[in-house]
Design a protein around this ligand. Structure first.
Ligand SMILES: *Cc1c(COP(=O)(O)O)cnc(C)c1O
Length: 580
């Protein structure tokens, strides 16, 4: 991020960690967590461009936000992740999305080289650089080497993925030891990080601890956070791959035997062993934790504790808006909603909302500099323009094409409200179906005299665009097929920045009732499309009326501020991990 849009002010009033722990009634955490015994957070993906690491989507954003919230709250946390030497970008060429691979140099982002560690892979000793970026209370500990590749390069289930995952797990664990750190807890952000817990189990079991005790100990200190709904969809690895990449890194014969027994028909799903190695398991929204369909090796259904994702308000909320929430005592110094925040919300009037959105619009205009739309035109919006946006990865279940089902109706809506529709999102490399859908949307837009100038596709969706749009749009559209979104966090950025949310009832949105926002529901996709257009018409009308605008935005905030707060998320994790 070169435009200084990402503000980072640690809270001034926090004396130290104990202040936060006292506020969440967990004073004993001072003993459980320390700089030498940190909370460790393992993730194959981190989305934190300010620190040189670009992710693919929500999983990485969540990881970055978790560390930032911990930093602000003074919670010692070490995040362990790969540093990918190349990062993926996309541009639009003649209506076609083209991938670009840009090299990144960690030295430019304040990382310091520590030493190397070795992992065994496919008959070789692979040397990995350990690099560190230290903050006040937290650090990013990364492992990297020149041929590490990009995030999600290769097919899932491929040797290269296994190499990356094994490197993060065994290499990252060795890196922790290099720094003299002992994990108080290991949070595994999805199953690609399983090998970190395996490395710990192996260390304990090969250093003289009874194998059974080592399993119990590792299980009690490991949290598996699941973001995926269906176990069946997960890739498998073959035993022959484990023989080349995993077993050579294990010292304990008992651990090897334990792992060997987990194969079914010579194949293994990482979720099945992650469930075995982590006694603590969480899902990322209430709905997701309820419906995630996972079974352990014995065939029993796995229970997930619902800990809904949150966002780091310091990062994602326009500073003027955040300051307003604090001054009006809607949120406290920890970014947690105050006890009477719902009453306090009544003070947000339409005049204030419009003034704050005006500030947000300027942020959006800055974010759009140098990022032309599909017509090659750089966009500048005035406060009178009314902006709908859709900003998320282009994956099938998120249905980016839905608002283009009836172009004439979309055109009518935009015409009636001086409206613009901004669309942005990455197409996953090699996803020809979604690339095709995007091409069709762009064709529809190109062939309509009005839509062509009022619908804008911006390529290379990233954090600064996500921030700019949530700051400066008026209406956010989120229409995943119900049941397929684990949580989603874009909509949180939108609600916190005073946008009207139009959404299906899914993911974290479903933590509150469908009356909390402009809900799209239907028994068929056609019904949903009709509802979506109706909600868009309503949203435009709501904006014309001060009373309606206050009512709708206050209602959204009343329902969702406690969900959105990243400090609430961290508090929920600490409560779950360190039960008093
Ligand atoms: C917030 C954010 C996401 C999260 O997207 P969801 O679709 O809501 O999960 C993904 N990518 C970027 C760049 C973001 O800023």
């Amino acid at each position: 991020m070169d435009d200084g849009q990402f503000f980072y002010h640690p809270l001034e009033n926090i004396e130290d960690t104990e202040d936060f722990y006292a506020a969440i009634n967990r004073e004993h955490l001072t003993k459980a967590l320390s700089d030498e015994r940190p909370y460790t957070y393992w993730t194959i993906e981190l989305y934190d461009q300010k620190n040189g690491i670009r992710g693919g989507g929500g999983l990485g954003i969540l990881a970055a936000d978790t560390r930032r919230v911990a930093e602000e709250m003074g919670v010692p946390l070490t995040l362990i992740t790969p540093f990918y030497p190349y990062e993926p970008h996309q541009k639009l060429e003649n209506g076609v999305v083209v991938d670009e691979h840009i090299p990144v140099d960690y030295h430019k982002f304040g990382f310091r080289f520590i030493d190397t560690v070795n992992v065994r892979c496919d008959g070789n000793l692979c040397k990995l650089d350990v690099i560190e970026k230290k903050f006040d209370k937290t650090r990013i500990l990364a492992i990297t080497e020149p041929n590490f590749g990009e995030l999600y390069s290769g097919m899932s289930g491929s040797d290269h993925r296994l190499y990356q995952e094994v490197s993060l797990g065994f290499g990252g664990y060795a890196a922790l030891k290099l720094l003299g750190l002992k994990p108080a807890i290991m949070q595994l952000n999805e199953v690609a990080t399983f090998f970190a817990a395996l490395a710990r189990l192996d260390e304990l079991a090969s250093n003289g601890m009874d194998f059974y005790e080592a399993v119990v100990y590792t299980r009690k200190h490991t949290l598996y956070t699941n973001h995926t709904l269906v176990q069946a969809a997960e890739a498998e690895f073959k035993k022959s791959q484990f023989e080349r990449f995993v077993f050579p890194n294990l010292k304990s014969p008992a651990v090897k035997k334990w792992l060997m027994d987990k194969f079914v028909n010579e194949r293994i799903k990482l979720s099945s062993v992650t469930i075995e190695i982590a006694e603590l398991r969480s899902g990322v929204s209430k709905l997701h934790a309820r419906v995630a369909n996972y079974r352990d090796i014995a065939g029993n259904k796995v229970k997930f504790k619902a800990i809904t994702n949150g966002i780091d308000m310091e990062t994602w909320v326009v500073p003027e808006v955040l300051e307003y929430y604090r001054r009006a005592q809607i949120i406290d110094k920890f970014d947690l909603p105050t006890e009477d925040y719902i009453e306090k919300l009544a003070s947000i009037g339409a005049g204030k909302i419009r003034e704050l959105k005006h500030t947000g619009r300027e942020i959006l205009n800055r974010a759009l500099i140098g990022r032309p739309d599909q017509n090659g035109k750089e966009l500048v919006f005035s406060s009178d323009d009314f902006i709908f946006d859709f900003k998320r990865r282009f994956v099938d279940y998120k249905r980016p094409e839905l608002p283009f089902s009836d172009p004439a109706r979309l055109r009518k809506i935009l015409e009636s409200c001086n409206g613009h529709y901004i669309l942005t999102g990455r197409v996953h490399t090699g996803d020809s179906i979604m690339a095709g859908k995007l091409r069709r949307v762009l064709d529809i837009v190109k062939n309509d005299e009005y839509l062509k100038d009022h619908v804008h596709y911006i390529a290379d969706y990233d954090e600064s665009l996500a921030y700019g749009l949530s700051a400066g749009s008026n209406v956010a559209i989120n229409v995943p097929i119900v049941g397929l979104e684990a949580c989603g966090t874009s909509w949180m950025k939108d609600v916190a920045n005073l946008n009207i949310l139009i959404s299906t009832h899914d993911g974290g949105v479903a933590d509150a009732s469908p009356e909390s926002y402009l809900n799209v529901h239907g028994n068929s996709e056609d019904e949903e499309i009709d509802e979506l257009y109706k909600r868009m018409e309503e949203a435009a009308e709501i904006y014309q009326n001060d009373f309606d605008l206050e009512f709708v935005l206050q209602k959204q905030l009343a329902a969702y501020l406690p969900v959105i707060s990243g400090s609430r998320m961290l508090k929920d994790y600490l409560d779950f991990l360190f039960k008093a």
